[in-house]
Ligand binder design. Structure first.
Ligand SMILES: [Mn+2]
Length: 314
C-alpha cells in the first residue's frame, strides 16, 4: 500500500495532515515530519499540519498551521496515528478531496475512504512514516529526524514498549546520524513543576482498587482545575499507577469541561483494548482509551466490572 499513498501525495498540490484528538508526541511528530519532508521533497506543494500539536515542542520542532476550510476542500487529507475520520481532532477533515492514512492502532476496519498503511507491530506512527520516507527517497533533515525520534521515544515510553529492538535501535541510530538529539528531547520531556508534583501526591493518596486487581482514579473537572491541569494533561499521568504488584490494570477517569468523561486504560496483563472498543473507543492492546459522552455511575461501575472480568479470565 506504500505505492498507493505515494501516488496520492504526488497527485495533490495541496495536502493537509490531520492528527487525533488529544494529540501526543507521536501524533504531533508524525504530522511535522510528514509536512516538512513533503515540502522539502516537493517544493511546489503546499503542505499543512493542523490541530493543537504539542506546544512544548513548537519552538524546537515546529508550530501547527492555521488554515481555512477552503484550503481543506482543495486538499488531500493525510490522517496519522488514529483509526479513522471520527478520531481526528479537526473535524473539517471531512471536507477534504481525498484521504490516506498512516496508523499503528488496532485496526477496526473503520477507515474506508482511501489507501492506508496500518502496522500494529510498529512502535509508533512515526516509525511507519520513517519507513515510508526512506523507502520512497523523501528528504530527511534535522527537524524531521527530531520529530520522528520524539514519536518513537514517547510512544515506547523511552524504548520500553518495543517488539523488534534491533529495528527500533537501528531507526534511532539513523535518526541521530541525521541530526536528532535525544538529550534535547529529554530535557523538554523531563521538565516538570510543583503543581505536577502536587498532582502526583494526590494521585498516590486517592486511587481506588478492586479485589481483582484494577487500580483506578476518577477526577472531576473541578479537581483538575485545582491542579491547573487540562483533562488531556491529567490523562497523560495514568502511568503513575503502573506496575504496582498485584494490579495488572490501571485506569484514569478524567471529566472534561462539557461533562463527558475521558478514560485511559493501561495493562501489563490482559488486553484492555476490547473494553475501550466496547464503549466506542480503541487504541492498542495494552494502552487504550475512550470518551463517554453521557457518563453515569452505572456506566463507570460496568466498565470497572468489565476490567475485573478481564483479570478473572486471563
Ligand atoms: Mn501513536
Amino acid at each position: 500500500m506504500y505505492k498507493a499513498i505515494l501516488e496520492e501525495i504526488q497527485k495533490y498540490d495541496s495536502i493537509v495532515i490531520f492528527g487525533h484528538t488529544n494529540p501526543d508526541g507521536d501524533c504531533y511528530g508524525s504530522q511535522i515530519a510528514l509536512r516538512e519532508s513533503i515540502k522539502l521533497t516537493y517544493p511546489n506543494k503546499k503542505v499543512y499540519a493542523v490541530g493543537s500539536g504539542v506546544k512544548r515542542f513548537f519552538k524546537t520542532i515546529g508550530e501547527m498551521d492555521v488554515i481555512s476550510e477552503n484550503v481543506i476542500e482543495q486538499s488531500l487529507a493525510i490522517l496519522v496515528d488514529g483509526n479513522d475520520i471520527p478520531r481526528m481532532e479537526d473535524q473539517r477533515v471531512r471536507k477534504a478531496k481525498a484521504f490516506v492514512k498512516f496508523d499503528h492502532h488496532v485496526d477496526i476496519g473503520s477507515f474506508t475512504e482511501g489507501p492506508s498503511i496500518v502496522r500494529e507491530d510498529a512502535t509508533s506512527c512515526c516509525e511507519i512514516i520513517l519507513d515510508f520516507l526512506r523507502d520512497n527517497h523523501f528528504m530527511i533533515n534535522q527537524t524531521i529526524a527530531q520529530a520522528i525520534l520524539l514519536g518513537i521515544i514517547t510512544d515506547t515510553a523511552r524504548f520500553q514498549f518495543v517488539e523488534d529492538f534491533p529495528k527500533v535501535f537501528k531507526d534511532a541510530s539513523f535518526l541521530c546520524d541525521n541530526g536528532a538529539d535525544p538529550n534535547a528531547l529529554n530535557a523538554v520531556l523531563n521538565l516538570t513543576n510543583e503543581r505536577a508534583a502536587a498532582f502526583k501526591g494526590y494521585v498516590f493518596s486517592h486511587y481506588r482498587k478492586t479485589q481483582e486487581g484494577v487500580l483506578y482514579l476518577r477526577l472531576s473537572y473541578k479537581q483538575l482545575k485545582r491542579f491547573h491541569l487540562s483533562p488531556n494533561a491529567a490523562s497523560s499521568y495514568v502511568n503513575l499507577l503502573s506496575n504496582i504488584q498485584g494490579y495488572p490494570i490501571w485506569v484514569f477517569f478524567c471529566e472534561n469541561e462539557d461533562g463527558s468523561l475521558h478514560i485511559e486504560f493501561r495493562s501489563n496483563g490482559p488486553a484492555v483494548q476490547p473494553v475501550a472498543a466496547k464503549y466506542g473507543g480503541g487504541g492498542h492492546a495494552l494502552a487504550a482509551g475512550v470518551t463517554i459522552v453521557n457518563p453515569t455511575d452505572e456506566i463507570i461501575a460496568n466498565i470497572i466490572e468489565d476490567l475485573n472480568n478481564l483479570i478473572r479470565t486471563h
